[in-house]
Design a protein around this ligand. Structure first.
Ligand SMILES: *Cc1c(COP(=O)(O)O)cnc(C)c1O
Length: 425
């Protein structure tokens, strides 16, 4: 469900025409819908609240890495959404956007001592520890600061899942989390440390997961571990169920409903009397954003291939190059006429700068605007300036209001970031 719809023959974000935004901000540009972000959050919130008996006062912590824009985070924070963070920078963003520290989870496989100290100083809700060496470093950091760190142990349940090998995180060979037996040992060790407070367990097995079965298997592992730890006299108060639920990208994508997902989680946690946490990224943000681009030219080559050359490129939207990801592509003002197969490419000098091959598209001409759908998650956050293309701007729409929430840097600003080595001036 999203709020990008055709009105009077042109695509709108809520009540704002994408043509208006493109005319004023230029292209390429990311456009986000506040109503869609809120709706996705509220659907998940309502599903959790309906299963309070099993999930407690569940925390929904948006995975900041999916979309770190401060206005996006502030929109979700205003709904009561927390944040799942993986770096000091993300913690700082969440705090700056108004997420209370007590709703911030700090995850990640390689937190530095400085980041651990920062998180402790900020008073985040919990730190999800991913290894024995990290647990020791956290204990030392907490002891040095005279505080007690609230920790969850991230278990690797040996259940891999996700839409692509590069977004699977829960398989035994993946770098994330620790195996079950070791996680139980770490929990016991944490409980014995005066500077650590083990509060629960966490898992996150992958992204773009379209099948509830592996998620259920992972939650069952958390359940069994909870019972084991309690059998040893240890308290387990929270279970962090991670993120990973798929968002529909193509019209043909069949993804589990949020209700089915939450009900499954509730069944897995039934009777445990824990407080659950969810860490959705893609689920909340993917379909809340589009990347608007202008057609530079349509290159109908003599060998029969037809290239749609856009002013957006892999540096603006990396997912197709990185994980062969699919994004819908729709004209902002559709023309009548026969569709034809197009290879959709950007201007960057890499063969990987190909968004789609043989995509059937209605007629398009140079100067036309198109929108990549499903671009609200893992889009702008991964953008860069490869080929010296200025960082893509971001716009947030809310009803009939809109604002540039990350401006496009000027060429001068881009060059000014690089002071000349003094011996070269
Ligand atoms: C990336 C990540 C998420 C979010 O994943 P989605 O597939 O976007 O829901 C949640 N938790 C952790 C620990 C992550 O690394």
């Amino acid at each position: 469900m999203h709020h990008f719809t055709l009105k009077d023959g042109a695509l709108y974000a809520e009540d704002v025409s994408l043509e208006t935004i493109a005319a004023q901000v230029g292209t390429p540009v990311y456009v986000y819908s506040s109503a869609t972000l809120r709706r996705h959050y509220r659907v998940l919130r309502a599903a959790c609240d309906a299963r309070r008996a099993e999930l407690g006062d569940a925390l929904i912590a948006f995975a900041v890495k999916a979309n770190a824009n401060l206005s996006v985070l502030a929109t979700l924070a205003a709904e009561g959404c927390g944040a799942d963070t993986v770096s000091e920078g993300e913690i700082r963003r969440a705090l700056a956007a108004g997420v209370p520290a007590q709703r911030i989870i700090f995850s990640g496989v390689g937190k530095t001592d400085a980041e651990l100290a920062f998180a402790l100083g900020a008073g985040v809700r919990q730190i999800n520890v991913e290894s024995g060496v990290e647990l020791d470093r956290l204990a030392a950091a907490a002891a040095a600061m005279g505080v007690r760190a609230t920790v969850a142990i991230r278990v690797n349940p040996n259940v891999g899942a996700g839409g692509h090998a590069k977004i699977t995180t829960g398989g035994a060979g993946d770098k994330f989390g620790v195996p079950v037996a070791e996680a139980l040992d770490l929990y016991v060790r944490a409980a014995a440390s005066p500077s650590l407070y083990p509060i629960g367990l966490a898992c996150h097995i992958g992204s773009q997961i379209k099948d509830l079965t592996p998620l259920m298997a992972a939650f069952q592992v958390l359940r069994d571990m909870t019972l084991t730890l309690r059998g040893r006299g240890l308290a387990v108060e929270r279970l962090d169920l991670g993120g990973g639920l798929a968002a529909p990208y193509a019209d043909s994508d069949e993804t589990p409903t949020v209700e089915a997902y939450v009900d499954m989680a509730a069944e897995a946690l039934r009777g445990l009397e824990v407080e659950a946490a969810f860490e959705p990224g893609r689920l909340l943000a993917a379909n809340a954003g589009v990347l608007v681009s202008r057609v530079i030219q349509v290159n109908a080559r003599s060998d029969g291939r037809r290239f749609l050359v856009l002013d957006a490129a892999m540096n603006d939207l990396m997912r197709p190059a990185l994980y062969d990801a699919f994004h819908g592509l729709v004209p902002v003002r559709p023309r009548a006429g026969e569709t034809a197969a197009h290879d959709v490419v950007g201007p960057v000098c890499e063969t990987g700068d190909t968004f789609a091959r043989d995509r059937e598209l209605a007629p398009l001409e140079a100067g036309d605007l198109v929108a990549f759908t499903g671009a609200g998650a893992y889009g702008a956050v991964m953008s860069g300036e490869y080929n010296s293309r200025p960082l893509v701007p971001e716009v947030l729409v809310d009803g009939d209001r809109w604002a540039v929430v990350r401006p496009r840097p000027t060429y001068d600003a881009m060059l000014a970031r690089e002071p000349r080595a003094p011996w070269l001036s």
